[in-house]
Design a protein around this ligand. Structure first.
Ligand SMILES: Nc1ncnc2c1ncn2[C@@H]1O[C@H](COP(=O)(O)OP(=O)(O)OP(=O)(O)O)[C@@H](O)[C@H]1O
Ligand SMILES: [Mg+2]
Length: 421
C-alpha cells in the first residue's frame, strides 16, 4: 500500500517508467490497478481534487468505434449518483483515450474478501442493497454494466459503490483478451457464452454471483478453469454459501439460466428493502433509489461496513513522480470541478435529504400541536392588547404560521423531528 500526500491509499503503487504523468488537467500520482480494459491511475488536479483515470486499451481511429465509445460514456455520465462512482469526463481526441471518474477511497470487494474473509450480517445486507441500488440506477438510465464483479465494487466510507459501468460496453462486449475473460467469467451470465443479446438481466446474474462471492469467499460456479466454469454456468445449479432465507431465494432466482426468469434490478431492490420495517408500500423509482442509498450507507454500531486503515498523518514519500505539495489527508470522494460534475446532486447527503426531513416534519403531530398552542397564545395576547376579535385572530394566525415555518426550516437544516423516539 503506497502513501501519497500523507494518507495510505489501498492498492496504490508508484507509476512505472513508461506511464504517462498527466491526463489532461490531472497529475497522475500512482497506479490504482490494471485490468483487461487498461490501467487505472489516481489523478489529482491543482485544487487537490482526486479522481480515478482509466487509460483504456482501445483504438478510436475507426469512426464507428469512436462514436459507440462516445455514446456509451455519455450514457454512463447520465446515471443517477446512487451508490455509484460517477463518470465525470472522457477524453477521446488524444492517442490514449481515458475516462475520468469519481475516486472512491476504499478496498474493492474482491480485495476485502481476500484479505478479511466473507462479509456477513448487516454488512452483507447493506452490500446487497447498495449494489442493487446502483444497478437499478444504472438500468434506469438505459445503461448495462456488462462487467459487474467484486473488482468493480469499491467499499467506500459511505457504503459500497459500483464502478466501471458502461465502460465494457463502450469498448465492445466481445472480449478477446484472455486475462480479462478469466477474471470475469465467474460472473458472466449463460447468455454471454451463447452470444445471445446482452441486456440488464446479465447484470442481475452478475450481481447475484457477486453477493454470493461476498458471503462465501468464492463465486457460485467456481473459479478454476475457464471451460469448467463456463460449463457450470451453462448447466449446473449454483453452489451457494449459507445465506439468510430471503437472500438465498432471491440469489437463486437471479442466477436463473434463462434471463427471462430473473427479476429486474428494481424488483431485487424492493425485495431486499421489504425486509426493512421502514418500507411497507410500493415506492416510485426515485424514492426507492433514495431509500436504497440511505440503507446502504447508514452506519450501524454493531456491524459497521469495512473501513480503510486509519489515516494518521504520515511523512511524505520522496517520489520522482509526485511534485512537492502540502500534506492533505484523504477525504471521501473528491468534489469534482463544476464543469465536470454531472447534473444530479448526491441524494441523501444534499438537498434530497433536507426535502425528506421537511416532508416528515410537515406532518409531525407534535410540531403541529406546538404551532397551534403558540398560535392560540398569540391570539390571546392580541385580544388582551386590542380587545378586538379581528386583530387577535390575525395575531394568532401569524404566530401559528411563523412557528410552523421555523420548525420546517430547522428540520431542513439540522434534521430530527419524526425520528424522535
Ligand atoms: N473510481 C475508482 N475509485 C477507486 N478505485 C478505482 C476506481 N476505478 C478503478 N479503481 C481501482 O483500480 C483497479 C483496477 O481497475 P480495472 O477496472 O482496471 O480492473 P478490474 O476491475 O480488475 O478489471 P476490468 O478491466 O475487468 O474492470 C480496481 O481494482 C480498483 O482498485
Ligand atoms: Mg474495473
Amino acid at each position: 500500500m503506497a502513501e501519497l500526500a500523507g494518507a495510505p491509499v489501498p492498492g496504490l503503487t508508484r507509476l512505472w517508467t513508461h506511464d504517462p504523468t498527466t491526463a489532461g488537467r490531472y497529475r497522475l500520482l500512482g497506479r490504482l490497478g490494471a485490468g483487461g480494459q487498461g490501467v487505472v491511475y489516481l489523478g489529482e488536479d491543482d485544487a487537490g481534487n482526486r479522481v480515478a483515470v482509466k487509460v483504456v486499451n482501445i483504438d478510436l481511429s475507426d469512426p464507428r468505434t469512436r462514436s459507440q465509445f462516445v455514446k456509451e460514456i455519455a450514457a454512463a455520465r447520465r446515471v443517477a449518483p446512487f451508490c455509484t462512482a460517477q463518470v465525470l469526463f472522457a477524453e477521446v481526441n488524444g492517442e490514449q483515450p481515458y475516462v475520468v471518474s469519481e475516486f472512491i477511497e476504499g478496498p474493492t470487494l474482491h480485495r476485502h474478501v481476500r484479505e478479511r474473509g466473507p462479509v456477513t450480517g448487516n454488512a452483507l445486507h447493506r452490500l446487497a442493497v447498495g449494489t442493487a441500488t446502483a444497478l437499478a440506477a444504472i438500468h434506469g438510465s438505459g445503461v448495462v454494466h456488462c462487467d459487474l464483479k467484486p473488482d468493480n465494487v469499491v467499499l467506500g466510507k459511505d457504503g459500497p459503490r459500483v464502478i466501471d459501468f458502461g465502460i465494457a460496453r463502450a469498448l465492445g462486449v466481445t472480449e478477446t483478451a484472455s486475462s480479462r475473460v478469466m477474471g470475469t467469467t465467474a460472473y458472466m451470465a449463460p447468455e454471454r457464452f451463447r452470444n445471445d443479446a446482452v441486456g440488464p438481466p446479465c447484470d442481475v446474474f452478475a450481481w447475484a454471483a457477486t453477493i454470493a462471492f461476498a458471503a462465501g469467499g468464492s463465486p457460485p460456479f467456481g473459479s478454476d478453469s475457464l471451460f469448467a466454469v463456463m460449463h457450470r454456468v451453462l448447466h449446473d445449479p449454483p453452489e451457494l454459501p449459507a445465506l439468510p432465507p430471503v437472500l438465498d431465494e432471491l440469489i437463486r432466482e437471479c442466477l436463473a439460466k434463462d434471463p427471462a426468469d430473473r427479476p429486474d434490478a428494481e424488483r431485487v431492490l424492493v425485495r431486499l428493502l421489504r425486509q426493512d420495517a421502514t418500507v411497507t408500500a410500493p415506492l416510485p423509482r426515485e424514492s426507492l433509489l433514495e431509500v436504497g442509498n440511505d440503507t446502504a450507507g447508514a452506519p450501524t454500531p454493531n456491524h459497521p461496513l469495512p473501513q480503510p486503515a486509519p489515516t494518521a498523518p504520515q511523512p511524505r514519500p520522496t517520489s520522482p513522480h509526485a511534485p512537492a505539495r502540502p500534506t492533505v489527508p484523504l477525504q471521501g470522494p473528491p468534489t469534482p470541478p463544476a464543469h465536470l460534475t454531472a447534473v444530479e446532486p448526491r441524494v441523501g447527503a444534499g438537498p434530497g435529504g433536507a426535502w425528506r426531513r421537511i416532508r416528515g416534519e410537515a406532518l409531525d403531530a407534535w410540531g403541529i400541536s406546538t404551532a397551534i398552542f403558540l398560535g392560540s397564545a398569540g391570539a390571546a395576547a392580541g385580544y388582551v392588547a386590542s380587545s378586538a376579535i379581528g386583530p387577535a385572530a390575525a395575531a394568532g394566525a401569524v404566530a401559528f404560521v411563523v412557528v410552523y415555518l421555523v420548525r420546517l426550516l430547522v428540520a431542513a437544516a439540522v434534521g430530527g423531528g419524526p425520528d424522535r423516539g
